[in-house]
Design a protein around this ligand. Structure first.
Ligand code: NAD
Length: 290
């Protein structure tokens, strides 16, 4: 296929390279980064989109997605598919899909989980909203960039799945970290805490697969000085998107809201910026109740 790829940052560049290595013709554009070989370079987003069967975007937020969409939709050929893999607000995803559909294009919102390791290794998970035909067109590309693609429903359903998942992740990571800090203060050995919780009803991905305590459980950013991994700043972004969506849908999400407030403080006025989101554990370690 001929693929336009717009947004070649930490995630987009390795995803685009995997598609090119698999034999597709990939024409990349980024406002800042120069496309790496074997990608071909375009001098604008519109040029990357012209004549492409599929255009993939991997951009920072919904505002930027909407401005790029306004530029590329008129340049795309009829019947092509616009597939956005960024994490953005549900409204932006739906607005872009509506405009793309009105122009005779297929449209998918297909945010990912798996981070930069998943992007480089081609092991991402895609959560996809949009029409069945568009999904069928892009599915072979999801198989190259990832290990799993779930078609979640109509436009916006991919973003909905992503923010609900990450709201659970933010909440469980905080709960896991505060429980470790409490266990420390109660004199409970961390390894024993892990041995019990990871096989009891308190288990979760945060405890079992991404344990925030250094030297405990499988290797995680805690074993690497809390270098991300999944940065606290990105977790904050996703928790904000979840609250924005909850407000729009009149959903009561008190734990998600508190998690957002804690990550907001952690990143904004404590030392969380640039750290992995599991660095909440050293944060709790240093604190008392007041
Ligand atoms: P990034 O900041 O490294 O990359 C974004 C790229 O978009 C940058 O290279 C930037 O120059 C480019 N860009 C910005 N405006 C542009 C424009 N108008 N035209 C063309 N290019 C433009 O971010 P990232 O880590 O690659 O993340 C991309 C998306 O993936 C985000 O929505 C993020 O939330 C999501 N995501 C990231 C991770 C992760 O671990 N990094 C995991 C899951 C999802």
């Amino acid at each position: 296929m001929k693929i336009g790829f717009i947004g070649l940052g930490n995630m987009g560049m390795p995803m685009a390279i995997n598609l090119a290595k698999a034999g597709h013709e990939v024409i990349g554009f980024d406002k800042v980064a120069a496309p790496e070989a074997p990608l071909r370079a375009a001098s604008s987003a519109a040029e990357a989109a012209t004549g492409a069967d599929v255009v993939i975007t991997m951009l920072p937020n919904g505002g930027i997605l909407q401005s790029v969409a306004a530029e590329i939709i008129p340049a795309m050929k009829a019947g092509a598919v616009f597939c956005d893999c960024s994490t953005v607000d549900v409204e932006s995803a739906r607005a872009v899909a509506t405009d793309a559909n009105a122009a005779g294009l297929g449209a998918l919102d297909a945010p990912v989980s798996g981070g930069i390791t998943g992007a480089a290794g081609g092991t991402l998970t895609f959560m996809v909203g949009g029409g069945a035909e568009a999904f069928a067109t892009v599915e072979p590309l999801f198989e190259i960039m990832g290990q799993k693609a779930v078609h979640c429903g109509e436009s916006g359903a991919g973003q909905a799945a992503k923010i609900c998942n990450n709201m659970i992740l933010g909440v469980t990571m905080i709960a896991t970290c505060e429980a470790f800090a409490l266990a420390d203060k109660l004199g409970l050995d961390r390894q024993k805490m892990f041995d019990v919780v990871s096989t009891s009803s308190g288990y979760s991905w945060s405890m079992n697969a991404y344990c925030p305590a250094p030297g405990i459980g499988p290797k995680s950013p805690a074993d690497n000085g809390y270098k991300p991994g999944f940065a606290a700043d990105l977790m904050l972004k996703d928790l904000r998107l979840a609250q924005q969506a909850a407000e729009g849908a009149d959903a009561d999400t008190p734990m998600g809201e508190l998690a957002m407030q804690l990550y907001d403080r952690f990143v904004g006025s404590e030392d969380g910026a640039g750290q992995d989101f599991s660095a909440m554990l050293p944060r709790f370690e240093k604190r008392g109740r007041s």
